[in-house]
Design a binder for this molecule. Structure first.
Ligand SMILES: N=c1c2ncn([C@@H]3O[C@H](COP(=O)(O)OP(=O)(O)OP(=O)(O)O)[C@@H](O)[C@H]3O)c2ncn1[C@@H]1O[C@H](COP(=O)(O)O)[C@@H](O)[C@H]1O
Length: 107
C-alpha cells in the first residue's frame, strides 16, 4: 500500500521546484505558464481519468488518477492555495454526511 503521506512529499517537491529551470523540471515548466494553463491542464487530466473510469480499465484509472492528483496540486500551487488549505477544509467537513449538508442548504 502507498505511504499515506506520499501526497505531502509530492507537495513539498512541487514547492521546491517552483523556481527550478523549466528546461529540466516539468513542474517548473507548468507553473511558469500561469494559473489558467495549469487549470486547463488539470481539466484535461481529469477528463482522461473520466474516460478510463467509463471504460472500466482500473489499472489505467489508477495511472490517470495519479496524473490528476499531481496536476491538482500544480493547479493549487499556481493559484496560491496550499494542500494544507484543502486538507483543513476536508477536516472541517469530517463527520458531516453530504446528505445532511445538502439538506441544510434546502437541497
Ligand atoms: N507526479 C508527477 C507527475 N505525474 C505526471 N507528470 C508528468 O505530466 C506530464 C503530462 O504531460 P502530457 O500531457 O504531455 O502527457 P499525457 O497526459 O500522457 O498526455 P498525452 O501524451 O496523451 O498528450 C508528463 O510529462 C508526466 O511525466 C508528472 N511529473 C512529475 N511528477 C512528480 O514531480 C516530481 C518533480 O518533477 P519535475 O518537476 O519534472 O522535476 C517528480 O519527481 C514526480 O514526483
Amino acid at each position: 500500500m502507498a505511504d499515506r503521506h506520499s501526497i505531502d512529499r509530492l507537495w513539498e517537491t512541487i514547492e521546491a521546484r517552483r523556481d527550478a529551470d523549466p528546461e529540466t523540471s516539468w513542474t517548473a515548466r507548468l507553473l511558469s505558464l500561469g494559473p489558467e494553463k495549469c487549470a486547463t491542464k488539470f481539466g484535461e487530466e481529469a477528463i482522461e481519468a473520466v474516460i478510463e473510469a467509463v471504460k472500466g480499465d482500473s489499472e489505467a484509472l489508477a495511472r490517470e488518477g495519479a496524473d490528476v492528483l499531481y496536476h491538482f496540486c500544480i493547479m493549487l500551487a499556481a493559484g496560491g492555495v496550499t494542500l494544507d488549505d484543502v486538507m483543513r477544509e476536508l477536516d472541517r467537513r469530517e463527520g458531516t454526511s453530504g446528505l445532511v449538508e445538502k439538506a441544510s442548504r434546502g437541497g
